[in-house]
Write a protein that binds this ligand. Structure first.
Ligand SMILES: [Zn+2]
Length: 190
């Protein structure tokens, strides 16, 4: 009886914010393919407040969807996202979360922050301006974003064109409503 009362008291005393604490979301399956360029190494935990979604394709050869081709292109420009998602939905980690990847360029978040690379994580989907991301890519992207949102105080999930209007047009043919729906679904069924 005493113990029951004690437990009841503990429950009563539990702070209300305990309910709103973000539950950890499982890390999706990620293949490490860490690059030696396209980022600045950071040795302390970094504030991540935005996730930037991009599209890219291989323009060097006929195979637009080649993962190796897209990575070769990044090397030519000395850039890289943190993650690259291939047409079959495979997630490649190119730069570690804690490091600053060169992916956003000259851009601006809605809160006025212009050093976007410093406070964001970039995710590239392989698709061209003439096609759309695949179902598998949306699925992998939503699980990756759900995981990142459970790790960091993410305020924004935006397309590259949203933070660099007039300069950038990606992600191409991206269905935000579909993505939002799948993200909610991931969080509900994790
Ligand atoms: Zn981009």
């Amino acid at each position: 009886m005493m113990i029951n009362t004690f437990i009841a008291l503990l429950l009563f005393m539990a702070p209300p914010q305990a309910k709103t604490t973000k539950a950890p979301f499982p890390e999706p399956k990620i293949i490490n393919h860490l690059l030696s360029w396209g980022y600045t190494a950071v040795d302390h935990p970094r504030k991540v407040e935005a996730i930037i979604i991009h599209s890219s394709y291989n323009a060097l050869t006929a195979d637009s969807f080649s993962v190796a081709g897209v990575i070769r292109e990044y090397k030519e420009y000395g850039v890289s996202p943190h993650y690259l998602i291939s047409r079959d939905g495979t997630i490649y980690r190119l730069v570690r979360n804690r490091n600053i990847a060169y992916q956003a360029g000259k851009s601006r978040l809605p809160n006025g922050v212009t050093d976007v690379n410093a406070v964001s994580i970039g995710i590239e989907l392989i698709n061209t301006p003439h096609d759309s991301p695949t179902e598998a890519q949306y699925k992998s992207l939503s699980s990756l974003v759900a995981w990142l949102e459970s790790k960091y105080p993410v305020k924004y999930v935006l397309g590259h064109k949203d933070i660099a209007p007039g300069r950038k047009t990606d992600p191409w043919n991206f269905d935000w409503r579909k993505f939002d729906r799948m993200l909610k679904e991931q969080k509900r069924t994790k």
